[in-house]
Structures are given as structure tokens and as C-alpha cells.
Design a protein around this ligand. Structure first.
Ligand code: NIG
Length: 386
């Protein structure tokens, strides 16, 4: 294999307490892994040398929450929302109809286009979900297509009760034949626990069935109002509960006492005209917080993690360091992918070589220059892709 030393790094965010944040740093990549991290003055000789000219490097973004297997467009719904209409779970059915009508090639093409769009902006690890098929065949198709492209796949058959079906009999299908059909392609199962989607009992049935199948758990909770999602996620040991926009003090305390990551989705809160999730309150209570894009055609049609990070700093009271951690190692923690060989969200020997260089001297510029496309170079699995 060819080892490459990347040098001239003005500021290196490693997300590793022992390594910390280095200045005047260098990183050596061999194959898919980082093999050395240190000061550029001590850089080892390698087969190739790339000088990034005094720019900042951080781990690639880990986008731990997206819904990218879909067809169609919901511009009209967005326009209505901006004119004052409230977001509701019901809009999902519009995308379900378009997704069912699309060919495999169309769905795979759209998914690849959006993942490429994310990679060009520094995202190197992507989770995505099913949830716009909602029949056994359609969910299995979405899972299969997702597994070809995404780093992590989540089964979200319990996204909404399809039009014309009863919730109880649909949950029976989700827990039985649908779970069987998607299981070969997915690592995670998720449920939209919210008014207008699934109640606490229905959500628990889905999560328990998934747990029996050996899947890890995730929950969409507390998006549109306070509700049972957070408490359910914590009680069942979910890796992450996502949205967390409306939280009681009991919810925050339960998260703080658990290993469940609270994933906040700032672009979604803004696009649905919800308040921004109380990330500062969560951090102050000791909760592990992740930031993700929630890229989907309804509630959050952006793949820009930089936009989410800038929003977290400028409007949610997070420091740059906290927001960058949440969008890299926090996302990796939410996917249980930040430990061991090939870890993501960190830059240390043995980690996957997922590196993001900014056209800026420090990560602070992500919030200082919001909206500016700062991605200058990206390595994904050791390959330079931008
Ligand atoms: O995370 N909340 C549920 N699912 C998505 C929205 C999907 C849609 O509106 O199409 C979300 O916001």
C-alpha cells in the first residue's frame, strides 16, 4: 500500500482526548486507515506528501440521520409551511406514493446523487433509512438499495401508518414479515413515536420485535411536542433518540443518566418552524449530543452538515468545539461506530481515514463564515474524493 503524509495542517481536530487539538500538524494515511498523527516537525517519510498549505483538518462529518431513499419533491408543502401552515407527519404519504412509483434505478440514482452531494461538503459516513415504501416488498427494496450505498442502514417501516390501513394491523406487519424481509440489509430499527404516527405502545412493540431480531434501536421522538419517545428510547436502551425538540426536565434527566445519544436536527427545526432543540440544556445536564442533517424531502431538504453546525453555534448556544464534536464523533457515537479499529468521527492511528480539510485556518470559520462552502479536500476510506 502507498502511505501518504498530509502536512501543513494549521489546526487538527482529533476528537481524541489524549491527542487533543494540534497545531502545525501532520497525518499519515495508509490504505483505508490513519496510521500516524503528530506535529509536522516530526512527520515520518512516506511514499507521497500532500501539503494542505496551512488549512484546518477535522474528521469527516458523520451524518447519523437521513432519509435518502425516496422519489419526488415537496416544494408545495414547504411553500405552504412558509406561508404559515404547520408541519404534520401526514406529508410523508406524498413521498410514499412517489417512491412506490419509482424504478429501482431512479431510487438508487437519487440516493447516490444526494450522498455525493453530502461528500462534496465533507460528509464521509452516512446513515440512511427506509420508511417511504411501507409495504413488505417496498421496504425490502428500499433497504436493499440503501445497503448498496450508505454506511449504515436503518429500517423505518414504522414511519407512518399507510393511508387506509389500521395502525394495529400495520404494526403486526412491521413486526413480522416486514422485519423478516429487511433484516439482511439493516443494522438498526427506528420508529416515529409522535402524534399522527405511532403511540408509545405501538412504538414499543416495533422496537421489542427489532431487538429480538438482534437489531440496534433508534427512535424519532419529541419532534412536534413533548411525548413518550425519549423515555421509551432510554428504557429500551436505544443508541439514539433523534429530534429532541420538545423536552421535559424528566426527559433531560433520563438522557443524562443513560447511554442514549440525543441527536438534534437543527435544519429540520428551522424548516418546520419549530423551536430549535435545547442543545445547551442537554449539554449542561451531561447528555451526549449528536448533530445530523435529517436530509429528506419533507422536513429538512439539506445535506449540509456545515449549515447544521453553524446553526448550532449561532443559535443553539453550542461552542464551535461542541458542535464539531457533535457532528463528527457525536454522530459516530449515535451509530456506535466511534470505537475500535476503523472508528469514524475521530482522527487517530487505527481510525478510518475520513478527513475533511477546510479552506480556512481553523474550524471556527464554520460559524464565523456561515453559508460559505469551506470544504477544500475530503479523504473517504483513505481515498481523496474532493
Ligand atoms: O425525521 N419525522 C419523521 N420523519 C422525517 C420527516 C419525513 C418527511 O416529512 O417526509 C423527519 O423529520
Amino acid at each position: 500500500m502507498t502511505a501518504t503524509v498530509i502536512t501543513g495542517i494549521s489546526e487538527l481536530t482529533t476528537n481524541e482526548p489524549e491527542l487533543g487539538r494540534l497545531t502545525e500538524a501532520a497525518v499519515v494515511v495508509d490504505g483505508e486507515r490513519v496510521v500516524w498523527v503528530g506535529r509536522s516537525a516530526d512527520e515520518p517519510v512516506a511514499d507521497e506528501r500532500v501539503d494542505v498549505g496551512g488549512r484546518a483538518m477535522l474528521p469527516g462529518w458523520v451524518d447519523s440521520h437521513t432519509h435518502l431513499v425516496f422519489a419526488g419533491d415537496r416544494t408545495a408543502e414547504f411553500e405552504a409551511r412558509m406561508a404559515g401552515q404547520a408541519y404534520s407527519a401526514g406529508g410523508i404519504n406524498v413521498t410514499v406514493e412517489a417512491t412506490r412509483a419509482a424504478s429501482d434505478e431512479e431510487l438508487a440514482g437519487n440516493l447516490r446523487r444526494l450522498v455525493n452531494e453530502a461528500v462534496r461538503q465533507g460528509t464521509t459516513y452516512v446513515e440512511t433509512k427506509t420508511g417511504y415504501g411501507l409495504t413488505v416488498e417496498q421496504e425490502a427494496r428500499s433497504a436493499r438499495i440503501a445497503a448498496d450505498v450508505a454506511d449504515e442502514v436503518t429500517f423505518l417501516g414504522a414511519h407512518i401508518v399507510p393511508a387506509g390501513e389500521s395502525a394495529e394491523s400495520y404494526v403486526d406487519v412491521v413486526c413480522g414479515p416486514m422485519l423478516d424481509a429487511v433484516a439482511p440489509y439493516v443494522r438498526w430499527a427506528d420508529v416515529f413515536c409522535e402524534t399522527g404516527a405511532f403511540d408509545a405502545d405501538q412504538s414499543e412493540r416495533v422496537l421489542q420485535a427489532a431487538k429480538r431480531r438482534g437489531l440496534g434501536l433508534r427512535v424519532h421522538g419529541n419532534q412536534l411536542g413533548e411525548g413518550p419517545g425519549v423515555q421509551l428510547a432510554v428504557r429500551l436502551g436505544a443508541a439514539s433518540v433523534d429530534h429532541c425538540t420538545h423536552l421535559s426536565d424528566e426527559d433531560v434527566a433520563a438522557l443524562a443518566a443513560s447511554d442514549t445519544v440525543a441527536t438534534v436536527l437543527p435544519a429540520c427545526d428551522l424548516s418546520t418552524r419549530q423551536p430549535l432543540a435545547p442543545a445547551r440544556r442537554l449539554l449542561d445536564a451531561g447528555v451526549t449530543v449528536a448533530i445530523a442533517s435529517n436530509a429528506n424531502p419533507g422536513s429538512s431538504y439539506t445535506t449540509s452538515m456545515a449549515y447544521c453546525v453553524a446553526t448550532a453555534v449561532l443559535q443553539m448556544g453550542m461552542s464551535v468545539e461542541e458542535a464539531v464534536w457533535a457532528a463528527t464523533r457525536g454522530g459516530a457515537r449515535a451509530l456506535r461506530a466511534d470505537a475500535g479499529d476503523g472508528a469514524v468521527g475521530v482522527i487517530r492511528p487505527g481510525a478510518r481515514a475520513d478527513l475533511h480539510v477546510l479552506d480556512a485556518p481553523s474550524a471556527t470559520h464554520l460559524a464565523y463564515r456561515p453559508g460559505v462552502p469551506l470544504t477544500w479536500a475530503v479523504w473517504r476510506r483513505g481515498q481523496r474524493v474532493v
